[in-house]
Design a protein around this ligand. Structure first.
Ligand code: SF4
Ligand code: SF4
Length: 179
């Protein structure tokens, strides 16, 4: 592009200034976009990765089987899992084992979702909660009872007493193994 001739160059800053003022003037008459948070909350995007949730089956049993694959996959070393044995009299999850301790350090987590991908039972899910606040480093470590999905009734709480031989598989049958 050819540069404007010398007498016209003097108008260049004025034109730039006028353009900037026009943007300011125009925005003064636009409807303000204000969300009255926390009363109003904007819905998050479908692929949003928020605070983790430990999921349950419909019968209330916990999906987590304490295998610690999520902890192994975590690049930030944010997950701690300790597992124990189930029995039919005191059952937390299907199969042999359950997570007797499960903790996530939210100060370390980078919300990469690797834990979700590594889980064989789809027990750990990054949900849509983004309201995380703590005033102490210890409060940033979320224990299992904070992460576990809420239940609709006390009969769905864990541990449960189950029929012998009913829940022998740790990993549920998959409809589509290639999924
Ligand atoms: S989202 Fe990533 S960093 Fe956070 S706990 Fe899971 S694997 Fe670790
Ligand atoms: S959340 Fe999934 S990967 Fe992690 S211990 Fe539980 S079952 Fe294993």
């Amino acid at each position: 592009m050819r540069a404007p001739k010398a007498p016209f160059r003097v108008f260049e800053p004025i034109a730039g200034l006028a353009k900037g003022l026009w943007v300011t003037l125009r925005s003064m008459f636009e409807k303000p976009v204000t969300t009255q948070y926390p009363e109003q909350k904007k819905p998050v995007k479908p692929r949003f990765r928020g605070r983790h949730v430990l999921k349950r089956y419909e019968n209330g049993l916990e999906k987590c089987i304490g295998c610690a694959l999520c902890a192994a996959a975590c690049p930030a070393d944010a997950i701690f899992v300790e597992s124990s044995e189930n029995s039919d009299a005191i059952r937390f999850s299907p199969g042999e084992r359950y997570a007797s301790a499960y903790e996530i350090n939210m100060l370390r987590c980078i919300y990469c979702g690797f834990c979700e991908d590594a889980c064989p039972t789809e027990a750990i899910v990054l949900g849509d909660q983004y309201e995380l606040s703590f005033t102490d480093r210890k409060q940033a470590i979320y224990p299992k009872d904070m992460l576990l999905e809420a239940v609709a009734g006390s009969h769905l709480l864990t541990p449960q007493k189950t029929e012998p031989g009913m829940f022998t598989r740790s990993v549920p049958e998959m409809k589509d193994p290639s999924d």
